[in-house]
Design a binder for this molecule. Structure first.
Ligand SMILES: [Zn+2]
Ligand SMILES: [Zn+2]
Length: 342
């Protein structure tokens, strides 16, 4: 089968590798579309320590094309599906408790013709049925592929469960900030988006943000306090990846409020915290990492049932033969998500 391998810094190649074979308990999926996430972009731009060549991709959607006789399942050939490629061991403390996003075991590695892979940027993938999710045939594969990034944000929302009438501050209006915005609106929250780019603030407003704030030219802390009658917001979702602003973000919190550091920090400079502020304010500081199976299922329903629309976040689509151009486009900060279609 054909696959897209990152072979060198800022270089991808279409490679011919051995196709996977579905085993007992698995189905074989023909991948139709895969989005290029920040993780793929870091591998491509050489910021990751990944051994090259490597076949990345983990935000993908496709169609079941064969089911071995020994796999007992209600899935049928032709079903449109999404799948959770980032594996977990299934038998560590975290997996047993349903927190498979935090798996501490050793998941099986995917290797195609001696090239390591996360499985998304290849023509076929063999997946365990428990990690495959049906999607509606009313949404295109390119939209269904948003299940993984949406599931990451569903996980983040579920860490704190914002409720009707509460105020959420979303810091950063990249794709992840936008999805946090949409999910918070579904939860009946008032949402303030803080983002330096004017074009992104406009998109956030169109997507339903109640307020947007420019943190460079305005005093964001004063504005948030003003909007919230001097109290601050119940929740902050921090999606900006920069630790120097992570520290200041706590100031937007209401007493007993929670800040979720979503996404990893690059560079990961330490921040200082004021222990008395936490003591007197009973603030909660937490993180969110990757989705669990439950979050993935939820995200597949949100997209299939048209409760979340992602079309404005699909900036470009490329054919696999233009994988190099697609990757170059994906690392451009002006794009939300770029898809490679097979
Ligand atoms: Zn992703
Ligand atoms: Zn595990």
């Amino acid at each position: 089968m054909k696959a897209v391998a990152v072979t060198n810094k800022k270089e991808v190649e279409i490679v011919e590798v051995e196709a996977p074979v579905a085993r007992h308990g698995q189905v074989l999926i023909k991948i139709h579309s895969c989005l290029l996430c920040t993780w793929e972009q870091r591998i491509f731009s050489g910021e990751s320590s990944m051994t090259l060549p490597f076949i990345p991709g983990h935000e993908a959607a496709g169609e079941i094309i064969s089911i071995p006789d020994e796999t007992i399942t209600t899935f049928k050939v032709g079903d449109r599906v999404v799948f959770k490629t980032l594996d977990d061991c299934g038998h560590c403390s975290f997996c047993y408790q349903g927190f498979n996003n935090l798996c501490s075991g050793t998941p099986e590695k995917r290797v195609y013709s001696n090239i390591g892979s996360s499985g998304g940027l290849a023509e076929f993938i063999a997946m365990d049925v428990g990690k495959v999710f049906l999607v509606s045939d009313k949404i295109p594969y390119t939209h269904a592929a948003f299940t993984e990034p949406l599931a990451c944000c569903v996980h983040s929302l579920k860490r704190v469960n914002p409720d009707f009438g509460e105020t959420v501050v979303v810091i950063g209006a990249g794709i992840m900030g936008m999805l946090h915005l949409k999910l918070s609106l579904l939860r009946g929250c008032r949402v303030i988006v803080i983002e330096p780019r004017e074009d992104r603030r406009k998109i956030a407003e169109k997507a339903g943000a109640h307020f947007t704030v420019d943190p460079i030219n305005d005093n964001a802390e004063l504005i948030v306090k003003d909007i919230t009658d001097g109290l601050g917001a119940e929740y902050i979702f921090f999606t900006a990846a920069k630790s120097f602003i992570a520290e200041a973000a706590v100031k937007f919190l209401k007493k007993m409020g929670t800040i979720v550091y979503y996404g990893s920090f690059h560079p990961n400079d330490p921040i200082s915290i004021d222990p008395n502020a936490i003591h007197y304010g009973e603030y909660v500081i937490t993180g969110s990492y990757s989705p669990s199976i439950v979050d993935f299922y939820t995200a597949s329903r949100l997209l299939s049932n048209n409760l979340i629309d992602v079309k404005e976040f699909l900036t470009e689509e490329w054919n696999i033969s233009d994988a190099q151009k697609a990757m170059e486009s994906a690392i451009d900060p002006d794009t939300f998500r770029v898809a490679i279609n097979f």
